[in-house]
Design a protein around this ligand. Sequence first.
Ligand SMILES: *[C@@H]1O[C@H](CO)[C@@H](O)[C@H](O)[C@H]1NC(C)=O
Ligand SMILES: *[C@@H]1O[C@H](CO)[C@@H](O)[C@H](O)[C@H]1NC(C)=O
Length: 141
Amino acid sequence: MSPFYRNTALLLVPLVLFLTTFDLVAGATSFSGIHVQMFNNLSSGSDLTVHCKSRDDDLGVHLVRFSKGFYEFEFSVNIWKTTLFFCSFQWPNAFHWFDIYSFHRDADLCTNCIWKVNETGPCLLDLHNSKKYDICYEWSK
Ligand SMILES: *[C@@H]1O[C@H](CO)[C@@H](O)[C@H](O)[C@H]1NC(C)=O
Ligand SMILES: *[C@@H]1O[C@H](CO)[C@@H](O)[C@H](O)[C@H]1NC(C)=O
């Protein structure tokens, strides 16, 4: 290798590092925040106790009254696009878990993610198509 090419190769290393860093920062700012909201749709008419967490955040325990009560929170998707919030849902004689926001599952479905929670599990409002709460899931095992 001639000295010219060796020097060029050495120059490329910081350039690639710079571009990678720039891309990560640009990627982070191109995401808007995510808003998650959930309503108590329990047919029994019970109040619902919700406790949501991510790997880094514990959002605390919240009581969602039947049936007009709701709980909501906001966050930004992380630069690795691995954002995951999971919640426990509790009412008399019942305790369940569900991933209320998973980037991999929900990125194409919502940035304003609105759920109704009943005994069977949560249903997401389909903002793009039916405009109904018909994207339904069962509780996590
Ligand atoms: C649950 O949600 C559905 C769909 O919005 C609604 O028709 C129904 O009345 C609700 N039921 C209760 C018990 O809140
Ligand atoms: C809960 O919602 C699902 C999906 O809409 C529905 O099939 C189910 O009957 C509901 N369960 C209760 C107990 O209301």
